[in-house]
Design a binder for this molecule. Structure first.
Ligand SMILES: [Zn+2]
Length: 228
């Protein structure tokens, strides 16, 4: 049994393949789209972030969804003015947010990501705990950037698929076994066809409306490695 956290450094050849696939893909103007504001609180290097963007974009594209990756940089903790940039516009389902933070309060070292859903199973905010991801030496097959892309795509899946969205196969497995590892190494670890259809359906829904507040932090889902 290989938990997701065992994936660490993918070979350069596979990373290159993923990047090339993303670069060669022609955006489909008619495909459902989701914009993801990516906040780099952890200050990870640009090339690592680029690898994550390529991986997450390719995963969503395989589901027929266009991912608009919006790099929002590292926030200035001394700036208390209200944010007015496109990055600050977050509304389910079309405008989601992920913060790549070093670590979290009350977050164990084995927690890599977290998506925040309301009682209706809708959510727009997620966190990735990068230090946990980078420090884990058990996953020797993927680069940090590639691993980050998998985790971000998984959390976006939770935000759009709703509660209880783990599945026994594919990207939304709570734990990655040897079969998932094999799929990741061969660039075939994606959402299932049913999940892909649900993703496209969610993005075809009319947003709740401008006066509906952003989803509350009513519940959280965590993506964690298996216990030893
Ligand atoms: Zn999960």
């Amino acid at each position: 049994m290989f938990p997701l956290s065992r994936f660490k450094s993918l070979s350069l050849a596979v990373v290159s393949l993923v990047a090339n696939v993303a670069a060669a893909r022609t955006p489909d103007a008619l495909a459902p789209r989701v914009r993801l504001s990516v906040f780099n609180d952890a200050g990870i290097p640009p090339d690592t972030l680029a690898q994550a963007a390529a991986r997450a974009t390719a995963i969503l594209a395989q589901s027929g969804v266009e991912l608009d990756w919006l790099s929002c940089g590292r926030p200035d903790p001394s700036d208390f003015s209200p944010p007015t940039t496109p990055c600050s516009v977050v509304a389910w389902p079309h405008q989601l947010s992920v913060r790549i933070v070093p670590c979290g309060r009350s977050i164990g070292a084995d927690i890599f990501g977290e998506a925040f859903l309301d009682g209706a199973g809708r959510g727009a905010y997620s966190n990735v705990y990068y230090n946990n991801l980078a420090a884990n030496r058990e996953h020797a097959q993927l680069s940090d950037g590639d691993m980050l892309g998998f985790v971000i795509a998984h959390e976006v899946g939770h935000l759009l698929l709703g509660s209880n969205s783990h599945s026994p196969s594919g990207l939304m497995q709570a734990r990655w076994d040897s079969s998932a590892l094999h799929s990741a190494l061969h660039n075939t670890l994606f959402f299932t066809p049913a999940q892909s259809a649900t993703l496209r359906s969610r993005l075809s829904e009319t947003p709740p409306g401008p006066n509906v507040p952003a989803p509350l932090y009513a519940s959280a889902h965590r993506l964690a490695r298996a216990s030893p």
